[in-house]
Design a protein around this ligand. Structure first.
Ligand code: FAD
Ligand code: MG
Ligand code: MG
Ligand code: MG
Ligand code: MG
Length: 549
């Protein structure tokens, strides 16, 4: 456990390793993990504590299952059902992970040290600030709400990022209904109190609108019958469509569903100010200004950088970026022994064109100066591992056979290519590179990937991050991180859910709701967190689906 000395330094007692299991404790390297969200907990779940002294810092001593957060705002799901105590997750059979409830306020990469602040209020005796050393640092602090510095947003809007946010919204929605029935109000004033405005038409905003609509029309109008004709939900979106990261069919399905439900969607508008009573916006096409009165506003327009990450990026020469850049092994660029994953980071995928000459040389086994199809096929698997965009490119060109790459535009097959021919065959491959979305799916996969790498690091002591560039004989090394997309889901209320699944499969409607739960239920959550489900109805739902899938 940690003890806080007056100098602000923390000494950790060494965790005792069992005799014969792993490395003696004094030799163990210290791994410090920042954050207990999707990325952090999935890393912690599998990290081998017999090899590392693992310490975790997070201002929250629980993991929150964010996909169900919108359901907490309306009481469909209880907050306690979607949290899992960190101390439960980190309990291991063969050793222990240390946890401190505190916020990291500064990372000193040169000194391999982080500075922290405890956020526990009340009778905390001693210093609330301390620092910790590390051998390896894993940054998984996620992102924060992005207000784009819009005036009044911080003061007058709700956010939906944390459990507390969802609980606050729940209270405020009821307050709006209570206010609307107070005596002495004009019809207009009642309407204003019952006007729910959502800024941002991404998945979170859409899910909240759908939940709120169901909650109002299934429950609240029975309790507040006079409110029925006064209540209204409006969504403001700066782009032309809501859910614009989804397939077009899903986005228009959602728009039509909302229209039928009476949820107004204002597109092509940018909010410029939010006051206590009004939302001011600009119509993008005409530059005109307009305002609407509101009861409450939910601001959900995407994510921004946490201050501790911003400060760290400045130290390591990654200024003016929104997220930390890592290599494909999730190691922070320009910084040794520091890894970053989840919403606070993005993988800087290496372009194949940067390495094209090396690849050519390695593939040209007979040193003939040309590549034949066989030579190319022999290295293709390794190329695809190192440059996943190759696979996406072949798919986008509907090529099943790599030899198609060497087809001449005139239709004659080239049996040998020289370096120029090779370059031109692969010249469009890098256009298929996409940055990964800021989702739980990505964060959880990255956490699991990194713990696997750490657990095997001993085997690859010499080169923990794997090959820096293409190598045909890289089998003993780590593969770069490779994201597997399981699809995305948008619950739209009334038990309607739209889903986009791998392989261009789009599904909309009632049964899709079950699919949505099943993806999460069967993935990391199910085995680990069903214990936390004290909410019986949801538990049974998840269990049913867990068995089916
Ligand atoms: P987080 O999960 O945000 O975790 C960050 C952790 O770091 C937290 O424990 C936090 O307390 C801690 N922390 C913060 N600051 C510090 C600090 N200074 N020092 C130490 N620790 C710190 N994704 C999907 O794939 N599917 C969905 O359906 C989905 N629905 C969502 C619904 C909502 C309402 C929201 C808000 C998000 C949703 N997401 C969904 C996105 C998903 O939650 C994020 O992409 C995911 O949480 C990112 O994981 P992370 O570990 O990077 O960050
Ligand atoms: Mg995390
Ligand atoms: Mg989380
Ligand atoms: Mg990311
Ligand atoms: Mg050759």
């Amino acid at each position: 456990l940690c003890t806080i000395s007056s100098g602000g330094l923390v000494a950790y007692s060494e965790s005792q390793a069992e005799p014969g299991s792993g490395i003696p404790s004094e030799k163990k390297k210290k791994v410090l993990v920042l954050g207990t969200g999707w990325a952090g907990t999935s890393f912690l779940k599998d990290i081998d504590v017999s090899h590392y002294d693992v310490q975790v810092i997070s201002p929250r001593n629980y993991f929150a299952f964010t996909p169900l957060l919108p359901s907490v705002t309306c009481g469909t799901v209880e907050a306690r059902s979607i949290v899992e105590p960190v101390r439960k997750i980190i309990k291991k059979r063969d050793g222990e992970v240390q946890f401190c409830e505190a916020e990291c306020v500064k990372i000193d990469a040169a000194g391999k040290r982080v500075y922290c602040q405890s956020n526990i209020e009340n009778n905390l005796v001693g210093n609330k600030e301390f620092s910790l050393e590390y051998d390896y640092l894993v940054i998984a602090v996620g992102a924060q709400v992005n207000t784009f510095n819009t005036p009044g947003v911080q003061e007058n809007c709700h956010f939906l990022k944390e459990i507390e946010d969802a609980q606050k919204i729940r209270g405020s929605v009821i307050d709006c209904f209570e206010k609307s029935v107070l005596p002495g109000l004009s019809e207009e004033e009642r309407k204003t109190n019952l006007h729910f405005v959502i800024v941002g038409g991404g998945p979170t905003g859409v899910e909240f609108a759908a939940e709120l609509h169901d909650y109002i029309h299934e429950d609240l109008v029975n309790l507040y019958p006079k409110a029925k004709d006064l209540v209204k939900i409006t969504m403001i979106q700066s782009g032309d469509h809501i859910l614009n990261t989804f397939d077009e069919r899903i986005s228009s399905f959602a728009e039509n569903k909302f229209q039928r439900d009476g949820i107004e969607i204002l597109t092509g508008r940018r909010v410029v100010n939010v006051s206590e009573k009004e939302v001011d916006m600009k119509i993008k096409s005409t530059g005109e200004s307009c305002s609407i009165p509101h009861g409450i506003v939910l601001w959900s327009t995407g994510v921004g950088t946490r201050p501790v990450v911003k400060d760290f990026m400045e130290q390591i020469g990654q200024k003016n970026r929104r997220v930390l850049a890592t290599d494909e092994w999730l190691k922070v660029k320009g910084c040794d022994n520091v890894y970053a994953l989840g919403d606070c980071a993005s993988v800087d995928q290496r372009k194949i064109m940067e390495d094209i000459a090396t690849i050519f040389e390695a593939a040209d086994k007979d040193k003939s100066g040309t590549l034949n199809v066989k030579e190319f096929q022999d290295v293709l698997d390794d190329i695809i591992i190192r440059y996943p965009q190759v696979k996406l490119y072949l798919k986008s060109m509907h090529m099943s056979d790599v030899t198609d790459l060497f087809k001449d535009p005139r239709g004659t097959d080239a049996t040998e290519v020289d370096i120029e021919g090779f370059k031109s065959a692969l010249s469009h491959v890098d256009s298929q590179m996409k940055s990964l979305p800021a989702t739980a799916q990505v964060a959880a996969q990255q956490g699991a990937y990194l713990s696997r790498c750490f657990n095997r690091m001993e085997q690859c002591e010499q080169n923990p991050e794997g090959p820096r560039r293409f190598r045909s004989s890289g089998r003993h090394q780590f593969r770069p991180f490779c994201y597997k997309h399981f699809g995305q889901f948008a619950p739209l209320g009334g038990e309607q859910t739209a889903a986009e699944l791998p392989g261009d499969w789009v599904s909309m409607g009632h049964s899709t709701q079950w699919l949505w739960y099943s993806v999460y239920a069967s993935k990391q959550f199910y085995e680990k967190a069903t214990g936390a489900f004290r909410d019986r109805s949801l538990l049974s739902k998840i269990l049913i689906i867990g068995t089916v899938s």
